[in-house]
Design a protein around this ligand. Sequence first.
Ligand code: SF4
Length: 154
Amino acid sequence: MADAPRVRYVVSGCLAGLACRYDGGSNPCAAVIRLVEEGRAIPACPESMAGLPTPRLPCELMGQSVLAQDGRDLTKRFLRGAQLALRAAQSRGCTAAILKSRSPSCGFGRIYDGTFSGRLCPGEGVWARLLREAGFALFSEGALPPELDGMDEA
Ligand code: SF4
């Protein structure tokens, strides 16, 4: 009997080691980097795809709006980047995502609460919502897919 096709993942670029985080850093995750090296995952950063610079001011979701720390409303930019990143994932045959937790783009379950105080609240980032609505299975660096158990050790 033929093996079942393996799941293909889209992953938050910063988890794959790309320096796309708002402060110019990254959040490398060994299991995610290995998936990319094995050709089973593609990295994407919706905020970079929105044309936002790196570094950039931190942003948080306040209700349905994405606000930068200086009060600018970046909701439309974030949505555009999320749509582009969703399309990129779909066009490469991805059906699951491993996303950076707490981000206003990538977080799901709990995200920063919009007060820029480090507090969390229930919610999901703009890209995470589009991926979920498109039927993607969602995972995070803290809750990896079961098939990757043990791979997060460097
Ligand atoms: S938008 Fe997502 S991929 Fe890009 S830096 Fe933020 S958490 Fe990482």
